[in-house]
Write a protein that binds this ligand. Structure first.
Ligand code: SF4
Length: 303
């Protein structure tokens, strides 16, 4: 049986970004629309929207005057002060597609800072969300996820309280590892914020599965998607006896066909920026292959 891990496909933040760009295209027909960064962490989704609205990517090789009056699009995981200056330097307009979840976190951080609280951000180095959050104010202390096991937690005792904001798409396991370390060394008041609910819903549904040994998990995700990779990793940690794959496209699924055990269940989930249609296309192919193998013994024996 092929079973979905729900919800799959776009999260609320990705749908919001796509809607903003589509709205611009509808209300300003003929406007030049330019993506400065990929809109979301999915090549499939970005290619789909670029084609739909006939957008281009920004290129430093194009004379700057070509961008005068164009609409520059900024991604779901945030727009920084540097980006605002960039728009101004080109005399362009812009659409900020930052996810409302992150805008809300930004508001909370600003409030904490104005109340004199000590704000820390735990995130992946160079991730767009880390850049966006740390750009809010230079008083934010950044801790990289690479440092979780080596960080000097003792020095945190210089602060009477700590308000920790984790990158929204970190896994619960990564945050738990950080929490365990900080609780070991830090004596003050520790207040961690939660992870993105949109990710947690699908991850928790994945973790609640009780798989048989010959069951397989497939997460449809771009390699650059933080939450897609976290999803696969948390399944690998929990179900270490099962086969767990990440794939980006139908082409990659074809190359996996011989490895998949069609006698067991196949659970299929996705990152939050993977198109629903791609997940369903992959699930339908798996259902078809599984049906063929049950019907035709020689297919089954080849597996
Ligand atoms: S994963 Fe969460 S934070 Fe990221 S775009 Fe989706 S809703 Fe927003």
């Amino acid at each position: 049986m092929v079973k979905y891990i729900t919800p799959y496909g776009f999260c609320f933040g990705v749908r919001n970004s796509l809607n903003k760009v589509r709205e611009l295209h509808k209300n300003r027909p003929g406007a030049k629309i330019v993506f400065v960064y990929p809109l979301v962490h999915s090549k499939e989704t970005n290619a789909m929207i670029y084609k739909e609205i006939k957008a281009t990517n920004y290129s430093p090789d194009v004379p700057q005057k070509e961008y005068r009056g164009a609409y520059l699009i900024f991604p779901a995981h945030g727009m920084t002060a540097v980006d605002h200056r960039f728009v101004k330097s080109l005399q362009a307009k812009y659409i900020d597609c930052t996810c409302p979840v992150l805008l809300n976190t930004k508001k909370l951080i600003k409030k904490n800072l104005s109340d004199g609280k000590n704000v820390f951000f735990l995130g992946k180095k160079n991730h767009s969300e880390s850049r966006f959050m740390c750009d809010i104010d230079s008083r934010i202390h950044f801790i990289s996820t690479d440092e979780i096991d080596t960080y000097d937690y003792q020095h945190l005792n210089d602060f009477s309280s700590i308000y920790l904001y984790p990158q929204s798409t970190l896994s619960q396991e990564t945050l738990n590892r950080f929490n365990a370390n900080i609780k070991k060394f830090y004596k003050g008041k520790y207040l961690p914020y939660h992870l993105c609910i949109e990710c947690l819903k699908r991850w928790n549904n994945g973790k609640s599965i009780v798989p048989a040994l010959n069951d397989t998990f497939i997460i449809v995700t771009d390699q650059s998607s933080s939450n897609g990779n976290e999803f696969a990793d948390l399944l690998r940690n929990k179900f270490f006896r099962n086969k767990i794959y990440t794939i980006e496209s139908y082409q990659q699924l074809k190359s996996l066909k011989k490895e998949i055990n069609f006698r067991g269940n196949i659970y299929i989930g996705s990152a939050t920026s993977t198109p629903n249609k791609l997940v369903e296309k992959i699930a339908n192919h798996l259902k078809f292959w599984s049906f063929c193998k049950r019907l035709v013994p020689q297919f089954r024996d080849r597996n």
